[in-house]
Design a protein around this ligand. Structure first.
Ligand code: SF4
Ligand code: SF4
Length: 678
């Protein structure tokens, strides 16, 4: 007999259940609506394009738990809890519906032994998952995870839910073995233990634990909007609403319009973020995966991507209501008074935190619920760079040099092609039949070390018979360092000029743009489309892999060496290019590729992205030293890479550690050239 068939005084059981559902559900809806209103403080954002791709990805990442399962222990733990909850939710719907109307049966599954069995089985999985979660937090204690009061409350509530369900089942079967289903194997196993208590006590205890289960469940529901476990509700939406634009594309900001109309330049207030950014903050599970892979966090800097998201969430919850009511508007609110609130950028999230980011994207790739950290950090950098002109001398020098000469070091623009003076490389004007445009980039044009790479790559193309040209003094900075440090205004000047140049090149017959710099490659391929510049762009490792595959380059001189390849972030994580550089290196006879741990999509940044190459690294350990140590741990004889920034950072690190002679660092192009016969 279900507990709802009993009358409690004058109140029928079903009516009591309806009242409890109304209270628990009502509290949940009230507080969820409050969160929704706060979220809608955010700016508009369109996130409904590519519905098929979104739904496919949703199935993989929400139902399939794909990202979570990339780490075995926490992945299995979470999957057991998540899949358990899916099945238990069905069981709960069935239970509530039958409690309100005893004739109800869930279609297909309701009342079957199979359904009773899988609900019990998944309840066991959930309990195992909870035990694993507690063990991890109390015993294993990963440095990026903390045991918060909220986590203890939620883990206790879930355990109570499962235990009360089993006890309620057990006492029911002990009271009457014909009640419930014998497929409820936990209840069936417990029943013989309870039978000696007698039928009356068993009935009372069944009813007690049934109500304890129901009240815990509805208490859990009412508590959810106050807990990080609100991600149970928001994560499926957040994953479906993920960004489907190219990974390397930051949002477009109409700077001139913003200045004219006195709109924010970047984000300095919580309502300067989009509603999707605010949904991200609700969705953070506090798992710490982002922080565990962040080079800034690993090297002891103040930046923790998890904390950035949590700081935004807390700020929204604490000060959003004032913004909603209009009491917290304007600069005055930062000055003092009843509704005073701290500066979001500067006080809550400090400038150091924002400048420490290398935009390496490791956090975003690791986050199981697709939270977007980098765009938020860059939005706040935009406020610092353009809204406040608040940046260090190093960035000031960078911006001045870029404005003056179109490169970070103020070399004359007229000397941009000097590196190629004796190689007979034509500029576009001199080679009307060129089909490939070699975008050299600032490093390849002016940096002595990278000039060697540019020359090696150019010679390789000449040997392969590629009809290519360069832009010479018509090339300027791609704008990447300006954009990623928040100076969108300066970036857009470069983007506008370069798109005009590249569109003209395309009209002149250029079919492919190739660059040896992953940052230029990313900017031209992923970001110039915002300025109506759409090109076929290749990174030089992709281009070289093609030339090797076509037999136009034949590496024959053997190199009996163990080489470790370092994946540049803007080639790997941003463009999923992992195989081509390895194919090129593997084509060299005798080479043993020895992978660094971590590598490929988990590779740690060299420390130079996001404009960090032009900023002093003042806090924590040097990121490039840590990355070099990771490489040295596998004892390679040489390190290869495919990015001028990485090359510079690795050589700096080998120099600092005194291993420059024993552990040379080279670009993939240099290695392939050395393997060609004269
Ligand atoms: S992009 Fe890289 S450096 Fe920046 S917060 Fe994410 S992991 Fe850290
Ligand atoms: S942002 Fe993502 S990865 Fe980082 S703690 Fe939150 S849920 Fe975990």
């Amino acid at each position: 007999m279900p507990a709802t068939l009993i009358n409690y005084g004058v109140i029928p059981g079903w009516a009591l259940l309806a009242a409890v559902i109304a209270i628990g559900g009502g509290l949940f809806l009230r507080d969820a609506y409050r969160l929704l209103k706060l979220m809608l403080l955010g700016r508009p954002a369109s996130r409904v394009d590519h519905p098929v791709e979104r739904s496919r990805s949703w199935l993989i990442h929400v139902i399939g738990q794909a990202r979570l399962l990339t780490r075995t222990y926490p992945g299995v733990m979470h999957a057991m809890i998540f899949w358990g909850f899916l099945v238990i939710t069905l069981g709960t719907i069935d239970m509530f519906a039958r409690g309100l109307w005893s004739e109800f049966r869930l279609p297909i599954l309701g009342g079957t032994g199979f359904f009773a069995f899988i609900v019990d089985a998944f309840q066991v999985f959930v309990l195992v998952g909870i035990a694993m979660a507690l063990y991890r937090r109390i015993k294993i204690k990963p440095w990026y995870l903390n045991l918060s009061g909220d986590a203890i409350i939620i883990l206790s509530l879930i355990s109570t839910l499962m235990i009360t369900a089993f006890l309620s089942e057990g006492f029911l079967r002990a009271w009457d073995p014909n009640e419930g289903s014998s497929w409820m194997f936990v209840g069936a196993a417990l029943a013989p233990l309870f039978q000696p208590l007698g039928a009356g006590a068993n009935l009372v205890l069944h009813v007690f634990f049934w109500w304890a289960h129901v009240i815990t469940l509805l208490g859990f529901l009412a508590y959810l909007p106050h807990s990080k476990h609100m991600h149970i509700v928001t994560a499926p939406f957040n994953v479906w609403l993920r960004n489907t634009q190219p990974k390397g594309q930051l949002s477009y900001l109409n700077v001139e319009e913003a200045i004219e109309q006195d709109k924010p330049l970047g984000a300095s207030e919580i309502d300067h973020f989009s509603w999707k950014d605010l949904l991200d903050t609700y969705t953070c599970t506090e798992c710490g995966r982002c922080t565990s892979v962040c080079p800034a966090s690993i090297s002891g800097k103040p930046l923790s991507p998890k904390n950035v998201i949590l700081d935004l969430r807390h700020y929204l919850l604490d000060h959003g209501p004032d913004l909603l009511s209009g009491d917290g508007d304007g600069d005055a609110a930062h000055a003092g008074g009843e509704h005073a609130r701290p500066e979001l950028v500067g006080e809550v999230i400090t400038d150091d935190v924002l400048w420490d980011c290398t935009t390496c994207r490791a956090c975003m790739d690791a986050c199981p619920v697709f939270i977007e950290h980098v765009p938020k950090i860059v939005d706040m950098r935009r406020h610092l760079a353009m809204g406040e002109s608040r940046f260090g001398k190093d960035l000031q020098g960078l911006y001045e040099n870029l404005e003056a000469t179109g490169n970070p070091w103020r070399f004359p623009r007229a000397k941009r092609a000097e590196w190629a003076a004796d190689l007979g490389i034509p500029t576009l004007d001199e080679a009307p039949d060129a089909e490939v445009l070699y975008w050299v980039g600032c490093f390849g044009s002016y940096d002595d070390r990278s000039k060697k790479v540019a020359r090696a790559f150019a010679r390789l193309m000449q040997r392969a018979g590629v009809k290519f040209a360069i832009l010479g003094k018509d090339e300027t900075c791609s704008g990447d360092p300006a954009r990623r440090t928040g100076n969108e205004y300066l970036y857009q000047q470069f983007a506008t000029e370069n798109v005009e140049t590249l569109n003209a090149a395309q009209e002149a017959g250029i079919k492919t743009i190739v660059s040896a710099c992953p940052h230029c490659y990313n900017t031209i391929s992923d970001e110039y489309p915002q300025f109506v510049g759409n090109y076929r762009v290749m990174h030089h490792t992709q281009f070289l892999a093609q030339l090797v595959a076509e037999g136009k380059l034949k590496p024959e001189v053997p190199r009996q060496e163990a080489i470790s390849y370092h994946d540049p972030c803007y080639l790997g994580r941003y463009h999923d290019t992992y195989d081509e550089p390895r194919k090129v290196l593997s084509a060299i006879p005798g080479v043993e590729l020895r992978e660094i741990n971590p590598c490929r999509q988990n590779a740690m940044c060299c420390g130079a992205g996001g404009g960090r190459a032009f900023m002093e690294e003042k806090r924590g350990r040097r990121i490039n030293h840590i990355r070099l140590e990771q490489a040295m741990a596998v004892e390679p004889e040489r390190v290869a890479t495919a990015c001028p920034y990485c090359l510079m950072m690795f050589e700096d690190a080998t120099g600092a550690k005194g291993v420059s002679d024993t552990l040379p660092v080279q670009d993939v192009a240099e290695l392939i050239e050395a393997s060609l016969k004269d």
